[in-house]
Design a binder for this molecule. Structure first.
Ligand code: SF4
Ligand code: SF4
Ligand code: SF4
Length: 200
């Protein structure tokens, strides 16, 4: 009994999950965060609409965020899942989660649809963006090189009174889009490019 009580106390509340999800600017990432946290915390698998619904929602959201084999039906399915959870969930947690799904999609419909075309305007879906260095702005100071744990940046730090240096470059295949390099670049030379695969 004590153990159950302790687990209940440790369990995250929906309000906390909702508040934390607001750290994400992208509505797809916000919903994915909410669903991930709900599945690993308050969701108890006692009823189908909620347990199956959230599992399916997670699959669809991952597809949308990565722009892999996704289409407009994924958004329609998410809406159906939300409605089904409001209708058929046994407890308030499931119903509130269904409502969260529906409300978020309704308030950010255009952004959800843009993801179907491969565009994340908040630049938080890392499969839909790339980091690039503007050669006009790069002064070859080497600060980005020091923070990139992935060794994704190519370049040699410029020494005073020496010439022949080339602007730095980011190796796209190695870059994990962690954003650490942007924080340290004193010239604002590192930019985030939205890939827009459908229009490329
Ligand atoms: S709706 Fe409630 S009872 Fe049903 S699985 Fe979700 S958390 Fe459990
Ligand atoms: S975003 Fe991260 S991984 Fe990519 S180049 Fe910058 S520091 Fe390296
Ligand atoms: S931190 Fe900025 S200016 Fe310095 S080398 Fe990297 S991209 Fe160039």
């Amino acid at each position: 009994m004590e153990e159950v009580k302790r687990l209940e106390e440790k369990e995250k509340k929906l309000d906390d999950i909702r508040r934390e999800s607001e750290n994400k600017k992208c509505p797809v990432q916000r919903l994915l965060y909410y669903i991930d946290e709900f599945i690993s915390g308050p969701m108890c698998s006692k009823c189908f609409p909620c347990s199956l619904g959230t599992a399916e929602a997670r699959i669809r959201l991952r597809r949308i965020s990565k722009h892999t084999e996704t289409d407009i039906k994924d958004i329609e399915v998410l809406e159906r899942i939300g409605a089904m959870m409001i209708e058929g969930s046994f407890c308030k947690k499931g119903k509130d989660t269904g409502k969260f799904i529906i409300d978020l999609i309704n308030s950010s419909k255009e952004e959800f649809q843009n993801h179907i075309y491969g565009i994340c305007s908040s630049t938080e879906c890392i499969a839909l963006i790339e980091y690039i260095i503007d050669p006009e702005l790069c002064t070859m100071c080497g600060k980005c090189l020091e923070v990139c744990k992935e060794k994704a940046i190519l370049g040699e730090k410029k020494k005073p009174f020496q010439t022949g240096y080339l602007p730095f470059e980011i190796r796209k295949k190695r870059c994990t889009r962690c954003g650490e390099c942007i924080k340290v670049c004193p010239e604002g030379a590192i930019k985030i490019n939205i890939l827009k695969p459908e229009f490329a």
